[in-house]
Design a protein around this ligand. Structure first.
Ligand SMILES: Nc1nc2c(ncn2[C@@H]2O[C@@H]3COP(=O)(O)O[C@H]4[C@@H](O)[C@H](n5cnc6c(=O)[nH]c(N)nc65)O[C@@H]4COP(=O)(O)O[C@H]3[C@H]2O)c(=O)[nH]1
Length: 577
């Protein structure tokens, strides 16, 4: 240390006896001490010869407790040594900056801590060749900065660590893992059915529910684990020091069970669920990003597998996700590249044995993969919102194609829940009818229960607007959902399409005709047409006729055929006028 101090240039000077020193202005500074006391900050002057010349009362107070008493004529070097024993920065660093300041005749600043108090000290060169030091107690500011720093790492609603703190803990755990060889697990938790609670009961109830979820999560982990909230209804648990994967599995199972138990929030009995994706370090990744990504892939799988469950990451998930991403990229270009086609499946009216319309069914002619079934791309299109432009194309194309058919033939299009949510549906249909010239009564919209499940008020309004236009509305896949019957009461459908699983049961199961008979009777009394889907055999057709259904559709009449073949098919079958 003393070697450093020689660089400060004060050691030689301080050896000089006080009597021989001449510090210009020292006397006047001493006389001004009373004036200096009014300054809030501590002030201390050091003469050119390296001795304390003057200081005010705040300086005395702030420096009380050092192992050297502040006094006029105190060698500055002793003061500096005593202060440097308590600097926040490493002592060498402080000396280096003091030395630099001295060499450049510039200022230097450093901080000293003592019993929870932090002093900020600045040294400035004075005109007289000495130094003026200012001392400020920055403890309160430091504490509030530390508080703000901690707050920036906490989620205000649940007081759980937020994404930032999770990230820091995860980085620490991963670094430790390399040293100790222990494993850790990341459990990504997504709440199922939280959004409807928030949307229907309001945000205060949603917030209270999230706080309860946080409490349950906290209660089920060890103190060494971290529970974090990283998004609206997304939580994460970082489980450290794992010896067996079975412990993580037990935790994942516990989470699904615990979150799925009923909550009482302000008089409301609420039930939500949890899907959990798990990734292990180091097996599934040794970086925070990789681990989060893989836990997310596992979570995606858990959701696909019906939610309310947990999944561990597996390498194939990554491959599957990449395939999905490729499909998504291709699908985004497919519209512009005109790769979609419509095939049409004719519908037969049983009474008069005549064709009355066709259902439009989309096909994707992929340049490399060939024809792709809608079952393989429509769900993804719905998920990423691409169903809106694709559905718009379907409606426009179907209307154009139907204009080439005999006037008695109508066209039915499938409309998915995402299209209903987009607000553009009615305008799209009006525009498609206007530009094609098709009469509204020749267009039929087929919806499934999925459409009615969400935002029912808004959905019903849209359905009524379509009805006012003259467009017909049919309920598809009837009988497969949870509450098909109740939906019949909420909207006066024109048509019920009986799911083909019931038609299959006609010949496969004893009493297989009971459901068809019941639905046909229901349709009759409600004044709705009933169409049996998936009719493949003459026997099924006869039974359906006997049970009172009005229309049929299925391979027996025709498979879906390309648009260009429809007219030829109508001719051979005997088309309506
Ligand atoms: N085994 C058997 N199957 C029969 C028979 N008759 C018809 N099918 C098939 O049953 C499906 C009927 O359509 P969906 O229930 O609306 O089910 C459709 C519909 O939900 C959806 N989809 C098709 N086109 C569109 C579209 O343009 N927009 C939307 N949103 N969804 C569409 O994809 C689903 C599957 O379409 P496809 O693969 O074309 O499958 C069609 C059709 O080819 C039969 O006798 N036996």
């Amino acid at each position: 240390m003393s070697a450093d101090l020689h660089h400060l240039g004060t050691a030689r000077l301080m050896k000089m006896p006080p009597a021989t020193r001449t510090d210009p202005g020292a006397a006047s500074l001493l006389t001004q001490r009373h004036d200096l006391d009014v300054i809030r900050h501590g002030l201390l002057t050091i003469g050119a010869s390296g001795y304390v010349v003057a200081f005010n009362a705040p300086a005395e107070r702030l420096l009380a407790g050092l192992d050297v008493a502040l006094a006029v004529d105190l060698p500055a070097i002793r003061l500096v040594r005593s202060l440097c024993a308590r600097t926040v920065q490493p002592r060498r660093e402080v000396f280096r900056s003091l030395r630099q300041a001295l060499d450049r005749r510039a200022s230097a600043a450093f901080e000293v801590t003592r019993q929870d108090r932090t002093l900020h000290i600045e040294l400035h060169r004075s005109d007289a060749g000495g130094w003026v030091a200012t001392l400020e107690d920055v403890s309160a500011r430091k504490a509030s900065e530390a508080r703000a720093d901690a707050m920036a790492r906490l989620d205000p609603l649940t007081s759980l660590p937020n994404r930032l703190l999770l990230r820091e803990r995860l980085d620490e755990a991963l670094a430790r893992l390399q040293r100790t060889g222990e494993a850790c697990a990341l459990l990504l938790i997504d709440l199922d059915r939280f959004k409807p609670v928030n949307d229907t009961l309001g945000h205060p109830i949603g917030d209270a529910l999230l706080a309860k979820v946080a409490d349950r999560l906290r209660s089920t982990v060890r103190p060494t684990d971290t529970v974090a909230r990283i998004g609206g209804d997304e939580f994460v648990i970082l489980q450290t020091g794992i010896r067996e994967a079975a412990h993580t599995q037990a935790l994942a199972r516990r989470l699904v069970d615990l979150i799925g138990r009923t909550y009482m929030v302000e008089g409301h009995l609420l039930t939500i669920g949890a899907s959990v994706g798990v990734a292990f370090a180091p097996a599934d990744g040794t970086s925070a990003d990789k681990l989060l990504k893989n836990a997310d892939l596992a979570l995606y799988r858990a959701k696909l597998d019906g939610r309310g469950t947990y999944r561990f990451f597996e390498p194939e998930m990554d491959a599957r996700m990449q395939a999905r991403r490729r499909l998504e990229l291709d699908m985004r270009q497919a519209l512009a590249r005109r790769e979609f086609q419509l095939h049409y499946q004719p519908q037969l009216q049983l009474d008069e044995d005549r064709l009355i319309g066709c259902e439009a069914l989309i096909r994707w002619k992929h340049p490399e993969r060939g024809m792709i079934s809608p079952l393989d791309f429509i769900p993804l299109a719905e998920e990423i919102g691409l169903i809106v432009p694709i559905g718009e194309w379907v409606v426009r194309q179907a209307c154009r194609d139907a204009m080439t058919w005999p006037a008695g033939m109508s066209v039915a299009v499938n409309v998915s829940p995402a299209q209903f949510k987009s607000d553009r549906l009615v305008e799209t249909i009006i525009s498609a009818l206007a530009s094609s010239g098709l009469a509204a009564r020749r267009l039929e919209v087929e919806i499934t229960e999925g459409v009615l499940l969400e935002e029912s008020e808004k959905t019903l309004q849209t359905l009524h607007r379509l009805r006012e236009l003259g467009v017909r509305v049919s309920m598809d896949d009837f009988g497969t959902g949870y509450s098909s019957l109740s939906y019949l009461r909420s909207f006066p459908f024109d048509k019920i399409k009986i799911d083909r699983s019931f038609v299959k049961d006609l010949t496969g199961k004893p009493d297989g005709d009971a459901i068809i008979r019941a639905i046909a009777g229901l349709g009759k009394s409600l004044g709705m047409t009933t169409v049996a889907e998936g009719v493949e055999t003459p026997e099924q057709m006869q039974r359906i006729r006997d049970e009172g259904c009005t229309d049929v559709q299925g391979y027996l009449i025709s498979r879906p055929i390309p648009a260009d073949d429809v007219l030829a098919f109508l001719k051979t079958y005997g088309s309506p006028t």
